[in-house]
Design a protein around this ligand. Sequence first.
Ligand code: TYM
Length: 340
Amino acid sequence: MEQTQNNNTTERRKRVFSAIKPTGNPTLGNYLGAMRYWGGMADEQDCLYSVADLHAITVAIEPKELRENSKRLFALLIAVGIDPQKCIVFMQSHVRAHAELAWLLNNYTMFGEARRMTQFKDKSEKAPENVNVGLFDYPVLMAADILLYQADEVPVGEDQIQHVELCRTIAQRFNNRYGQTFTVPEGRVPKTGARIYSLSDPTSKMGKSDANDAGSVFILDTPETIMRKFKRAVTDCDACVRACADKPGITNLLTIYSALNDISLDAAEREFASADYATFKTRVGEAAVEKLRPVREAYERLRKNDAELAELMREGAQKAERIACRTLEKAYKKIGFVRV
Ligand code: TYM
């Protein structure tokens, strides 16, 4: 990792960590809320990005699906613009320190704190037959992911902020007990696009595993499918393109358009001030098609060579492991484990 020389002192550049779980099919929500700007952060910061495959088994998933989803997501991280020469990109399960540190951190996480996580409550309600301990422990593993790399910043969508807050609580508790060990990270959400909603139910989040495919635009959807989904997006009946609380469908489409074009919500509203809904939906769809086209093309190129992808995974894991092991060892020593 690069370091900057400054008046004879060596300063560490800010470090960024984020991850994405290989369940379901990555969506425009994942792209706009998180992945789209991960690559660019590497110009100023040291960045690590991971496919959180250990997190994926907290919900029921077939072995074949886990394997395929993991490879797809790893390739997609590169396809959205994360350069493996500038960033460390790796599979979470390839670095054993993640599971190990999670075990240690479990002992500094209160049951009541983990029970308050809204994502745990939501997922438990959605799949009452599989409320496993891993699902409950999920945010602690996430804290281990972040703390292992002494990350200063964690760029995520809004739904992950509560988990980052818990990570901060765990880090502070550990540091207070044993002295400075972990950097206490800050969660960062984008100005626009931090929460993208389903196109068919604009009151619920656009999700990777939504039963209703029409509501989720997938990053790898074909242009025709993307256009169809946008044309069928739920709106309302007053035919006025304006962002407000009682127009969740239109507000969501305006948010998507502004995030895709890096403009403010106000600017997007002005652009469509005199447009009818059909024209508006077509324009948002076209913007999504154009933004996602190069991503899909880069992805298709990368997937032609799985051996090269495997090599990138190995290189990423080696680099990540060097940093992770240092932190893990430090934590073991602080707690009082005998190290020989
Ligand atoms: P995951 O895989 O659910 O989502 C990956 C990223 O995409 C963001 N996101 C969204 N943003 C806007 N609108 C949406 N509809 C939307 N859906 C998802 C998420 O906020 C996230 O930033 N637990 C994490 C993965 C993880 C992680 C970590 C993240 C594991 N370890 C450590 C940060 C740091 C997850 O399941 O994200």
